[in-house]
Design a protein around this ligand. Structure first.
Ligand SMILES: [Zn+2]
Length: 427
């Protein structure tokens, strides 16, 4: 890495702070997907002024896209003076709901203790800002670089990325002919390289019963008791089996090295009434009970096996439990993704971390999925990692923040990586 680029990045501290605050102050809540156009317009202005060519792309017809909540994305590109590889930084612009427990204004971008606070500060507007500063500083320092730099701000990562990276990948924006290296600045800590993520499988299970008067439950069939039996099977068989499966993937935190499942929700019997209803419930045997399960699986587990394991337990109940009847609806699935440790982007960023921070990087994999899945499966681009500032555990929590020094350090790592990948004498 050149010290002049590092000095240049360090000198952009105030700009970085302002940029991060500006991004946090645009409340891009998803759902429903608010202000995507506003944040794309902001990025358009910013990046155009720094000599990047911008394209605003709406993901028409993707889940949630409407005139009220259009799914806007931006891709900005700067071509160098010579041919060469394209390095793409991809950040999602959406943030999750605020939730309770904040002591800072969630959209204020307030500064305290060297941190900037706000919803999306670490996940991942701080990472987006760091990548912009790195790219701008690199272009100023080496205007005659080889290849190209792209920066994208994409919608809907928090709801699956279908109106964002998936859409762009379907339209060729992540094909290996157009893009050679992808860095996603998700908050994985500034000295860690995230190689990929576990898979996910989501399904709804409904047990069926028969409605009857609550004083004579024997005349009906209680769907909630049937669901109790389902959860009992999960407790007795599925959870212990999952706990025994440990992956070779470097997943963090430690608890996510095993297969896991969350039961997201349970609904049985009468619909819940509005909060202002103060009447009493009617006496009925519930004829339906539904749960949604969120099963996270390992690179060692085939998706078919994940499905059939749950199905097998339900079929077992059908054989042994009188009147047991169910329906299972698959909601979504995502396969695990893992980039090879010897991939060029991994080796480059690893060396940059060592140069900037004086220590070898830690290699990790994410417990949850992120947009790498679309770049891998749809784009067919394998040379992709997540690398960015911020503490993963703060994501989606109250008083989420990003450390200013951490953003600067990771911007330096990104800048040093650009020097390796886009300057000929460095290769
Ligand atoms: Zn994120």
């Amino acid at each position: 890495m050149t010290t002049s680029l590092m000095t240049r990045i360090a000198a952009k501290r105030d700009d970085l702070i302002q940029l991060t605050q500006d991004l946090i102050r645009i409340p891009t809540l998803n759902p429903p997907g608010e202000n995507y156009q506003a944040i794309c317009d902001y990025l358009d202005k910013r990046l155009s002024a720094h000599g990047l060519q911008t394209q605003l792309i709406r993901a028409f017809g993707t889940p949630g896209d409407s005139e009220k909540y259009p799914r806007w994305n931006i891709i900005a590109r700067r071509d160098g003076a010579h041919t060469g590889d394209c390095v793409h930084f991809n950040s999602h612009t959406d943030v999750v709901e605020v939730g309770a427990g904040w002591t800072f204004d969630p959209f204020g971008g307030e500064i305290a203790n060297g941190n900037i606070y706000g919803r999306g500060a670490c996940d991942m507007k701080g990472g987006l800002a760091a990548s912009i500063i790195a790219a701008e500083a690199f272009i100023e320092e080496h205007p005659d670089f080889h290849g190209a730099i792209e920066i994208s701000g994409t919608a809907d990562e928090e709801s699956g990325g279908y109106g964002g990276v998936a859409y762009l990948a379907e339209h060729g924006h992540f094909s290996p002919e157009n893009v050679q290296h992808v860095i996603i600045p998700e908050p994985l800590n500034k000295d860690r390289i995230c190689l990929g993520h576990r898979g996910g499988w989501w399904a709804e299970i409904e047990t069926k019963g028969e409605i009857a008067h609550g004083s004579m439950p024997f005349l009906g069939d209680c769907a909630v008791r049937h669901m109790g039996a389902v959860i009992g099977e999960f407790e007795d068989k599925l959870f212990p089996a999952m706990a025994a499966r440990i992956t070779d993937m470097p997943v963090v935190p430690e608890g996510a090295k095993q297969s896991t499942m969350n039961i997201n929700s349970i609904h049985g019997g009468q619909k819940e009434q509005d909060d202002d209803f103060d009447g009493l419930p009617a006496h009925c045997v519930p004829d339906s009970c539904r749960i949604v399960i969120d099963r996270r699986f390992l690179v060692e587990e085939p998706l078919d096996q994940v499905r059939s394991e749950v199905k097998g337990l339900l079929e077992g109940l059908r054989e042994t439990r009188p009147d047991f009847n169910y329906e299972m609806t698959e909601l979504n699935s995502v396969l695990p993704s893992m980039t090879d440790k010897s991939a060029p982007v991994v080796e480059t960023v690893a060396q940059a971390i060592e140069d900037v921070m004086g220590k070898a990087p830690e290699y990790v994999a994410s417990p949850g999925t992120y947009d790498q899945k679309h770049i891998d499966r749809i784009g067919k681009l394998k040379n992709c990692i997540a690398y960015g500032p911020g503490i993963l555990e703060l994501a989606h929590k109250p008083d989420e923040y990003i450390g200013i020094d951490d953003m600067l350090d990771s911007a330096k790592v990104m800048g040093a990586s650009l020097e390796t990948l886009l300057l000929p004498n460095k290769n």
